[in-house]
Ligand binder design. Structure first.
Ligand code: AHR
Length: 519
């Protein structure tokens, strides 16, 4: 028979953690665009994911898969970045307009070296955005495109009168201009986007941005290709390229934001780690590396603050998420990976970091929405199967943070664990309020220990509360067509009102949200 001591070891519990939140002291607005998405011509993201073609047996509207659109509507996707990624700097938009049978074919040299037929182009993408009710974020070609080509693309998309490009759009069946609020000036210019030095790219970004004009009342927010991970020099030089930022709102500058890319993996680029075969150590390495985002935002933010203390220039993390070795037997160039509970927690701690830095981070885009890297949906065009991943559920649980005001969460007594050469805090948190309501996000990173968090809520009375939790029976639990709900949110039972606020019992390896209605 087990002794008390042994029993305590097999069901670990811990000292309570305190989380102090001043509900009446809202901070920076959390832009809903932090919940943005990314869809590249890569593997089965566009072709076979979003787009199956009009002749497919999978239900579709004008070739776009209807169940994919329906599933994504629940995430209230605020913007969708397209067509790349590395693909964007090989893409010539005029090849993707007009009758499909006349469109030239092209080699997708970055991703599997496959030949594609350009059947999904500008009109199809804008149609998809309209179906999703999302803003378009077009990524323009600096690496192999011309200034004129980029200038004509925005004219084609957004011009209302009888200009040459507006006429061409009409000939291709679209009378009204579209709105394009976001435009990327290149992608990874330090790598696949041209292998440029930042000094050279900074001048090019100014030049290309100048010709991405505001037509017909369409106001474009231009995002220059920014740094890789911790390349602070890249951010420094791009920030130096701005003229006086002390006046106005930054709209007069050639571009309005810089991007940042960072991927989470447990190994290096040659062997990134397995998506679903990992041990406890790798669980913690992955989560430590995800938390590295917090440090990156602080460091790049400090560089930006020195040049731009009034925060006119935005930071856009337009590629983030896990990057694992591809699933066995799949094309290595297609970046198809499974998505487990670990990926979900990688997502939840990223969102905490974005919320903490809402004063500078204006947008972020998960890579990528369907069938590629840390996907929301795994879609099979042959069988018609569609699976929501654990990461999908974190995005859905967080819709209450969209355009809410960040609240500081002061955590006390959070235990840590040695991981990846540092100390990993085992609970992560963030919160926001819309005035009448507040949403609190809590991640328990501990692989085996239940954690109790005492929410010390100040400044407002709570009239109602509820909670949801995402966890599973294993760290590598994931969803499949046979078991689509193995990792899905359920009501959080462990909620209890206390004198100071609310006590939350967080199961081991879980993500929870607590919703409050405020008096
Ligand atoms: O998201 C996959 C690739 O990662 C993108 O094409 C590129 O920008 C980055 O290196």
């Amino acid at each position: 028979m087990a002794t008390d001591r042994q029993r305590r070891r097999s069901t670990p519990v811990s000292e309570p953690i305190r989380a102090v939140i001043d509900l009446d002291l809202p901070g920076a607005r959390i832009s809903r665009h932090i919940y943005g998405h990314f869809a590249e011509h890569l593997g089965r993201c566009i072709y076979g994911g979003f787009y199956v073609g009009e002749d497919s047996e999978v239900p579709n509207e004008r070739g776009i898969r209807t169940d994919v659109v329906e599933a994504l509507r629940d995430l209230k996707i605020p913007n969708l970045r397209w067509p790349g990624g590395c693909f964007a700097d090989d893409y010539h938009w005029q090849d993707g307009i007009g009758p499909r049978e006349d469109r030239p074919r092209m080699v997708n040299s970055h991703w599997g070296d496959v030949v594609e037929d350009n059947s999904f182009g500008t009109h199809e993408f804008m149609d998809l955005c309209e179906m999703l009710g999302t803003d378009a974020y077009i990524s323009g070609n600096v690496g192999s495109g011309s200034v004129a080509e980029m200038s004509e693309w925005i004219e084609y998309l957004t011009r209302a009168d009888d200009s040459p490009m507006a006429d061409l759009r009409r000939q291709n069946g679209r009378d009204e201009p579209w709105k394009v609020p976001f435009f990327g000036i290149g992608n990874e210019a330090w790598g696949c986007g041209g292998n440029l030095r930042v000094e050279q790219f900074a001048s090019m970004a100014r030049q290309y941005s100048t010709y991405v004009r505001d037509h017909a009342g369409n106001e474009v927010y231009r995002i220059a290709a920014g740094a890789n991970t911790d390349d602070l020099h890249w951010t420094e030089v791009l920030m130096e390229s701005f003229d006086d930022l002390s006046d106005g709102d930054g709209r007069a500058a050639p571009f309005q934001a810089l991007s940042l890319h960072y991927y989470t993996m447990t190994g290096g680029w040659q062997d990134k780690g397995s998506a679903r075969e990992f041990d406890v150590d790798e669980w913690y390495v992955a989560l430590s590396r995800a938390l590295h985002m917090e440090k990156l935002l602080t460091r790049h933010g400090q560089v930006m603050d020195r040049h731009d203390p009034n925060r006119r220039v935005g930071l856009v993390v337009d590629e983030w998420g896990t990057w694992w070795n591809v699933e066995k037997g799949t094309n290595p160039g297609f970046l198809y990976q499974q998505n487990t509970l670990r990926d979900a927690l990688v997502a939840s701690v990223h969102f905490d970091a974005f919320h903490h830095h809402a004063h500078r981070v204006v947008m972020a885009n998960i890579a990528q929405t369907v069938n590629v890297l840390q996907a929301m949906l795994l879609a099979d065009a042959e069988t018609g199967a569609l699976v929501k991943t654990p990461s999908y559920h974190v995005f859905e649980m967080n819709t209450g943070h969209h355009d809410a005001d960040a609240l500081d969460v002061h955590l006390k007594g959070v235990p840590t664990r040695a991981a990846d050469g540092g100390e990993l805090p085992l609970v992560s948190a963030s919160a926001s309020t819309t005035g009448d309501e507040a949403l609190i996000s809590l991640t328990n990173l501990d692989h085996e220990t239940t954690r109790t968090v005492e929410l010390d809520l100040r400044g407002r009375d709570v009239i109602d509360l509820s909670g949801r939790v995402l966890s599973a029976d294993g760290l590598a639990a994931h969803n499949t067509p046979e078991a689509p709900e193995r990792v899905a949110p359920v009501a959080l039972e462990g909620l209890r009102r206390t004198e100071r606020g609310v006590e939350v019992v967080l199961p081991a390896h879980s993500y929870a949200t607590v919703s409050l209605t405020l008096a």
